[in-house]
Every structure is written in C-alpha cells, then in structure tokens.
Ligand binder design. Sequence first.
Ligand code: ADP
Ligand code: MG
Length: 593
Amino acid sequence: MAFAPSRRALAVGAVVLLALLPQLPLPDFWITQLDAIGLTALAVLGLVLLTGVGGLTSFGQAAFVGVGAYTSALLTTRYGVSPWLTLFASVAVAVAAALLLGWLTLRMSGHYLPLATIAWGLVAYYLMGNVEALGKYDGLLGIPPLSLFGVELRDNRSLYYPIWTLALLAAWGVVNLLDSRPGRAIRALKGATTMAEAMGVPTFRYKVAIFVLAAVFAALSGWLFAHFQRTVNPSPFGMHMGIEYLFMAVLGGVGEVGGAFVGAAAVRLLEDRLQVWLPSLLGTGGSAEIVVFGAVIIAMLRFAPQGLWPMLAARLPAATRPRDRDGAAPLARHAAPAAAGSGPLLDVKAIRKQFGGLVAVNDVSFSVGRGEIVGLIGPNGAGKSTTFNLLTGVLFASGGEVRLAGRRIDGLSSRAIAALGVSRSFQHVKMIPGMTVLENVALGGHLRSGGGIVRAMLRLDRAEERSLLAEAGRQLDRIGMAALAGEPAGNLALGQQRLMEIARALMTDPALLLLDEPAAGLRHQEKQALGRVLAQLRGEGMSLLLVEHDMDFVMGLTDRIVVMEFGTRLIEGTPAEVRASPAVRAAYLGTEH
Ligand code: ADP
Ligand code: MG
C-alpha cells in the first residue's frame, strides 16, 4: 500500500518545512519572496473569508493594509511609540474604520458594497498622498525595525518568522472559525440569509464581523509591511492593489484558506518572472505585465473558475475531521416564550398581503391550538406559501394581525419570531449546498448556543460544538437520515433535502412548526415515516401548521384543515368536513389532486 499521510500530517509537515526554510542555505531572493508571499497571503485571507465565504466583494482591502502600515509608521516615527504597541493601534484604527464603513454599507445589497469599498479605497489613497503629516506621496521614512528579546529584526531572514507566524495563526483561526457555530452562520451569508434569519441568525452582525475581521488581517499585514520595508508611501495601498488582492483570492480559490496562500504565491512569483522575461522579450521597459495579468485573469475565469486550490486539494488526501460526539452534554432546550401560557398558540386575524394589484392573501383568519396539527391546503397559487411568509416575518403583512401566545408578532423580524419559538421549512429548499447535512441541521441550533467568533477561532468552543453536532445527529436520526449526515447537502435528492429542512427546523426546538409541502418528492414509505414523526411531535405538545398537496397525507394526520383558494379562506373544518365539501371539490377539480 502506498504511503498515505493524512491531510493534518501534511499540514504539520508544511509548517515544519516553513520553519526550517530560513535556516537552509537558500538565496536571499527566495526568503524575500517568501516574506512577501506571507504578508500578501495574510491580507488575501481576509478576502477569502469576506468575499469567498461571505459573498461580500471588497476592493478596499489594500486601503486597510495601508491603514495598518501608516498607523504604525506615524506613531513610531513621530511619537516614538514602540512597534509592539502600535500593533494594537494599527488594528484598532482598522477596526474603527471597518465598523463605520461596514455599518454604513453592509445593509445595502447588490453592487453598492463593491462600489462603497472602491470609494473607500480611493479616499484612503487620496488621504495618504495628500495629508502633510503622512508625508504626502513621499511617505514616511525611518520606521524602526521590530525587535524581539532585544534583537532587532532588520533582515529578511529574521522578519520571516513574525510574518509567517501571524499568517499561519490567522489561517488556523479561519479554518477553526469555518468549522463552528459562527462559521456556519457566516457560510449562510452567501445566498441563504433568509433561511439563516429564520433560524435566528443575525446576518447583518455577522456581515459586519467578517468585514472587521478581514480589515484586522489587512492591518496586521500592513503593520508587518511597515516594519519590513521601514518606509511607507501610498503606492502599495492604491486601488490597483485592492484589485490585485481580489484577483489573488479568486486565482487561489475563493472561499478556501489554502487558496489565499496559493493565490498570493502564484501572483507574486508570476509578477517577478514577468518583470524579468517581458522586457527581454518585448524590448520595452513598460509594464506589459498588466496585459499578461489581464489575460491570465480572463483565462482563469473561463477555464478554472474555482481557482488553483481545489485542483491541488483534489490531489491531497481527503480532509477528515474527527466527529467525536460521544459524551456531548445535551444542548439546552430553547426557552421559547411561546411555549408557556394557555389559549391558542397562533391566532391569525384577517391577514392580508398585496403584491401590487394582486391580493395574494385576502383577509384570512384561522388559529392553531397547542398540540394541534392544522393543515393549510388549496390549489397552486392559493396563497399558502405567502401566508407562511407573513407568519414568519419573511414578508410583512399589508393588514391584519398575527398573535403568538397572545403576543402580536406581525411586524417582527423573522429572527425575532424564531426566537419566540416558531420554526419553518421552505417550499423551495434553502440550504448551504457545500456544507454537510449534519452542519446544515446544526445551523438550526443557533439560538440554543452562544459561542462567538473569537472563541471559535481559538478552538475554545469544542464542548458546545460537540453538543450541537450531537443534537443535530439526533434530529437527523429522528427523521431517518442519520446515514446521510456526512454528505454534502447539495448531493441529496430533493425529497431528502426537504427532510433535512425539517430536521433543521426541529433543531431550533420550536413550539410551533410550519412545514411547506414537507412530503413533496417523498416515496410512499417515506411519507408514512414522516407522518409518524409529525404525529409524535404533536404528542410531545408541539403545534404544527402544514401546507401539503397530498390529500391522503393531510387527511390522515391533521386535526383541522383550512382551505384557501385565490388568496381567500374557502372553508375550515375537520378532515371529514373538508372532504365532504362540494366547494373544496370544485376548487380542486381540474387542478392537481
Ligand atoms: P401557494 O403557496 O398557495 O402555491 P403562493 O403563496 O406562493 O401560493 O402565491 C400566491 C400568489 O402570490 C401567486 O399568484 C404568486 O404568483 C403570487 N406571489 C407570491 N409571491 C410573490 C411575490 N414575491 N411577488 C409577487 N407575487 C407573488
Ligand atoms: Mg407554495
């Protein structure tokens, strides 16, 4: 059998090799290159998290690197502050700038954020180049070297260690983060915010958090850069570098920690080679490498949109993280306010929703009692899913009232409604396809846990994480999907994805569960199994509201049924009453079922 080291062993080997490199008789040139790659990768790592994982495109990373570099340069040269103190100052200024900028722009969608980061990059560059105290375009000279234990780190071999220590620590932190409670929330930011909010995740806060974290990595890179070059001027922090960092992230493999290093290395080395080759080829001293870079970018986007890292990773042994859930403490129940009290759990009065001229939900009223399963049926387009969206704060009602355990909830955000004890599935499955089924379900436990970003990065969250994953495993087991826990969710059949959504909703420990066509796409036996699970939930005191097309499924399971047609409530009654109603038959004739 071939020698097959684990990915962890390879990572340890790579770190040991990196630690030994400066001790080997490598030419200075290579050490300088490695220093530059480490510095760059640190800034790119921020974009991997922000843009690759979080889906927030920023052209402003170079400006944050500049903030870190200039803060330290100014404080050390003008005020004689120790570089180790300016480390904190650099980070603090970058955090303040990122908080302000993030708070102003991250609520905007689409192209506003990239544009805002471009504006920020231009403003920062203008300030660096024009403020007297920052030395204008000449910059600041005479920055003191870092010193460690009384030894000045003046040459590139000694600076190598602080650079790579910080870069690798940051990488370790991001790998840890992505494999945690806040990490799952962050991974939901790209394309699944509606679902995440419905699971109680404050998505805006997480957007600001990764924006700030990316700025911190940039500032650390800038701080190191200032003490590496011992001089700063605006040019390495201009817009072209903001673009180049993004390019490195994309080239390396956006969303991949390894991609930050591969992308930084590839661009650095290519740039260096081009500066040697192109003038001799073309006989000009111009910057023809820009043209070559442009061509490389276009070729990459066309032929390898996933970047270099996935190609490399495919040759590495699979990443196997031990999923040791034994001995996990049980996860706390969700102390949902709705669970307490008496009277109907959900009371809907004349709720209404208009989309322009279309009245999708027309003054519909009904209630759901405690421990009751109510069915909401009607032909396609009747307004059932819209009603769900009104009840869960995904849409705001144009009129009417919704009360949960006596308390008005119309007008509350979907996150606030989730916190009160309402959970749901979506008619069109909403998930994070690249994440495992187990992790997708664990996202539902957000409100039952509390680990934050710093704890996760430092790997101090393992006990809670074990509890979350163990509970997610239990919910999958309950729904008969334990065998698929380790699959990427995107690989599942549609019916299984719907079951996964139910497990995720159950993971929130709701008092009221809203399921939108849960049995669609399931085979007969799977439907029967699902029916048994839902009946059992009712037995445990949970209330359910069920949209379903399969009449037999609804008739056998529900206590009461509300029938909708063209946005209005046609009738409400027991399954037998509904079955006997001529109006319902008429509504369903000619449509499905
Ligand atoms: P059901 O779930 O009962 O099949 P829906 O609630 O999805 O029906 O849709 C009810 C009606 O509202 C349909 O005519 C649909 O086209 C319309 N509708 C739903 N969502 C929107 C929206 N966001 N904008 C405009 N029209 C919508
Ligand atoms: Mg629907």
